[in-house]
Design a protein around this ligand. Structure first.
Ligand SMILES: Cc1cc2nc3c(=O)[nH]c(=O)nc-3n(C[C@H](O)[C@H](O)[C@H](O)COP(=O)(O)OP(=O)(O)OC[C@H]3O[C@@H](n4cnc5c(N)ncnc54)[C@H](O)[C@@H]3O)c2cc1C
Length: 302
């Protein structure tokens, strides 16, 4: 990083923090400090900062709502950027088209769509992340995902240059996309179908109920730990291998959904990671199937 920390701290004031503890920014409630933690107050400040620090690819991590991310105990070298509330505007562009800031929570977008008689975004009410994270992950459930509703994204690269990328230019796949790591998504345009509020709300409620019935709520987790295999769901492979009863310290596997790994109290991130590796190895040994991680693990390995 091409930086003088003290100069930057003076210039960016409250937006820039040194050794900020990251556990509060992750759903697991785990993780050590970020060497530098930047929460830009607006787009202009983000651009100026990036132009000034000229950061390299491997020194930056962007955090959304942290609902898909495990942060290691020893923290993160370099810069962690988290977009705050000034990146959470929602605007109706056309009757079926919405523009949203990247830190807007999916749930809020779903509600905005239903209040404006737009269907197709109901599934977002079941995903606890931000739309920025959702786009990177191509998040989805119950037969829909982000790639179905995304028109375009607005990104800023690490040199502070801004551009628009259309959906057709992005390769989306199951729980992922090829959006390069040096792009910070700042906003997105989403498109649904003109419908009727009552119908949309009914569907939202059905999906929310379905989720409640099948997955744990109010737990410290990153959601599905592994991606589903083509033939078999990850939770089934874990259960059938007898791994669903495993634990490491306070890192446990949900009794309700064996692909949800949980910090049940005082777990360390390393406990969760050990549990992940143990399950992965034993599922492979017992079934021959290779589980691929869905959650992202960031930070310095111990
Ligand atoms: C209880 C629970 C239920 C869940 N259910 C589902 C589900 O049904 N379906 C599903 O798909 N997922 C589910 N998840 C996982 C998670 O909610 C989604 O992947 C979500 O979209 C992640 O969004 P986030 O903002 O929390 O991303 P984060 O975890 O903060 O980040 C995820 C990735 O996106 C990147 N990123 C985040 N914001 C930006 C940005 N602005 N610009 C560039 N990169 C960015 C990060 O660097 C990281 O690589 C669940 C998680 C939990 C805890």
């Amino acid at each position: 990083m091409n930086i003088n920390k003290n100069q930057l701290l003076e210039k960016y004031g409250k937006s820039l923090l040194v050794n900020e503890n990251l556990s509060k920014y992750s759903w697991f409630k785990l993780g050590g400090p970020a060497e530098l933690f930047f929460r830009p107050k607006d787009r202009e400040q983000l651009i100026n900062f990036l132009k000034e620090v000229r950061i390299e690819n491997n020194y930056i991590n962007v955090l959304g709502a942290g609902s898909n991310t495990l942060i290691r105990d020893s923290g993160v070298n370099g810069l962690v950027i988290k977009l705050g509330s000034s990146f959470s505007d929602i605007k109706l562009l056309e009757k079926d088209t919405i523009e949203v800031g990247a830190s807007t929570l999916d749930r809020k977008i779903s509600d905005f769509a239903s209040n404006n008689n737009i269907s197709g975004l109901e599934f977002l009410s079941c995903i606890p992340g931000s739309i920025g994270g959702g786009i990177i992950m191509n998040s989805g459930c119950y037969g829909s995902d982000i790639s179905n509703i995304l028109e375009s994204i607005r990104v800023i690269d690490l040199n502070g240059n801004e551009k628009t990328i259309k959906n057709s230019e992005i390769n989306f796949f199951y729980r992922g996309s090829d959006i390069p790591k040096n792009y910070i998504i700042v906003s997105a345009v989403l498109k649904g179908k003109i419908s009727n509020k009552e119908i949309v709300q009914k569907k939202q409620q059905e999906l929310i109920q379905k989720k409640k019935d099948s997955q744990p709520s109010k737990v410290k987790t990153g959601g599905s730990t592994f991606k589903n295999n083509k033939e078999k769901k990850a939770w089934k492979l874990i259960k059938e291998s007898g791994c669903d009863k495993y634990s490491v310290g306070d890192a446990k596997i949900s009794e309700k959904h064996s692909n949800f790994f949980i910090n049940s109290g005082q777990a360390k991130a390393s406990d969760i990671e050990k549990l992940i590796n143990k399950v992965k190895k034993d599922v492979k040994d017992k079934t021959g199937e290779k589980l691929e991680l869905e959650i992202k693990i960031i930070g310095n390995a111990e």
